[in-house]
Design a protein around this ligand. Structure first.
Ligand SMILES: *Cc1c(COP(=O)(O)O)cnc(C)c1O
Length: 420
């Protein structure tokens, strides 16, 4: 039987269970020394600044905003194409969100759009290194300096990516990272703030550490859910479980993803489980994973090269662009092609699960109805939403990556010859 390849691949340490058991045995499941060790190792890797662990990446962002203590009515510019929780938490933190368009060639904040979105009330900007490619930080930092804006990098997809040899997260005033199951570093949840200025960092730390510790029960459940997710996306399990759902939904035109992701809803007041500290056991996993990160990133990049070679020469297909001076970690490998939805259905029927939209065109969501959008609107984000995402994640074997490349090439090539 054909083994289906999932759109998702979680990075998991072989000795996950042993690390968890060790923390339990020492009575350091919730509180313990690994939190500070993880923060220090993370900051060293980022090339400086102060790292502060949090319950979620979004909460790291929230604490940064609260610590900045911007005047009431301040505007924050966020790319129109991003995970909806980011602009919503900016609102919870008391700011007014303004959406700026992305460059559809790179999927990241367009510096021209940023410039157009600025008003006298603008105080901050969130360059999101979407899908693992850094934004045009040279241009963005220049604009921010000219208008005296705080720069808070969203690095949820981009741990390990660089601009001119410098790691993302330490390029602006602050950055934040996510450790959800599918992110570059998987702690089954959690996040990190990286803050350059020591005074701002101590304010962020005060906010993050005044939260209560989570219960043992809650953290155990989290690790269990993580383990189930891990099992669920193994190729053979995926074949007998999720894949028939995707396969059938490809026939009826439904989107099964809506059942997997967090429901889009207002986050005010903050859900209770957001307001807690990052526990020691998850830090222990993160600490051990930092050692593996480069290897994982290299594997993903190799798979991306295989895909570039397989698809790069096909007429009408655009593979990910990497502008000079930046490195991409390919959290998503995003391709444009004609008749996308039909192509996706054909890939799914051949056992390759191709995803269509990983984040949201936030400026088009009801949740943000009434929020200001830059004068030229967000056509770039809408165009970017028409791309498709091909699996290249690090846990694919070389054979699987080769199969993905072969199948996707065949499907895309036949669409080219059949005409548009
Ligand atoms: C995952 C993600 C976040 C937030 O991370 P959490 O840990 O889930 O809060 C922020 N921005 C982007 C683009 C993301 O994909």
């Amino acid at each position: 039987m054909l083994t289906a390849i999932s759109r998702y691949g979680a990075r998991v340490l072989r000795d996950t269970e042993q690390i968890v058991a060790r923390c339990k045995a020492r009575g350091e499941f919730i509180q313990g020394p690994h939190i500070v060790e993880f923060e220090d190792a993370f900051a060293r890797r980022a090339g400086g600044g102060h790292a502060i662990a949090a319950s979620y990446g979004r909460m790291a962002f929230y604490y940064i905003l609260k610590a900045l203590d911007l005047p009431p009515g301040s505007e924050i510019i966020v790319p129109a194409l991003t995970f909806w929780v980011v602009p919503d938490l900016a609102r919870v933190a008391g700011l007014k969100v303004v959406f700026a368009d992305v460059d559809p060639a790179t999927f990241t904040l367009d510096p021209g759009a940023l410039e157009r979105a600025i008003t006298p009330a603008t105080r901050a900007v969130v360059p999101t290194h979407l899908y693992g490619l850094p934004c045009d930080m040279g241009a963005i930092l220049k604009i921010a300096a000219r208008h005296n804006l705080k720069v808070i990098e969203d690095c949820a997809h981009a741990l390990g990516a660089t601009v001119a040899g410098q790691a993302v997260g330490a390029l602006g005033d602050a950055g934040f990272f996510s450790f959800q199951t599918l992110k570059p570093l998987n702690c089954y949840g959690g996040g990190m703030a990286l803050v350059r200025n020591a005074t701002l960092a101590s304010r962020v730390r005060a906010l993050a550490t005044q939260e209560p510790w989570p219960s043992t029960e809650r953290v155990k459940n989290r690790l269990l859910v993580g383990r189930l997710q891990r099992i669920f996306i193994k190729p053979w399990v995926f074949t007998i479980s999720a894949f028939p759902i995707l396969w059938v939904s490809s026939l009826v035109g439904a989107n099964p993803d809506v059942y997997l992701w967090e429901k889009i809803r207002p986050l005010h007041p903050l859900p209770e489980e957001y307001c807690e500290r990052f526990p020691n056991v998850q830090a222990a996993l993160g600490l051990a994973e930092l050692e593996k990160l480069d290897e994982w990133t290299d594997r993903t990049r190799r798979h991306a090269r295989v895909m570039d070679q397989a698809l790069g020469d096909l007429p009408g297909i655009t593979v990910p662009q990497v502008p000079p001076g930046r490195t991409h970690v390919y959290y998503q490998y995003c391709v444009y092609g004609p008749q996308r939805d039909e192509l996706v259905v054909r890939c799914v029927r051949k056992g390759i699960d191709v995803e269509t939209l990983h984040v949201d065109v936030c400026s088009d969501l009801d949740l943000f109805a009434g929020e200001r959008v830059e004068p030229l609107g967000t056509p770039g984000a809408r165009r970017a939403a028409g791309a498709m995402q091909i699996p290249v994640y690090s846990t694919l074997s070389n054979e699987q990556a080769a199969r993905v490349a072969r199948v996707v090439r065949r499907v895309l090539a036949s669409s080219g010859t059949s005409g548009t």
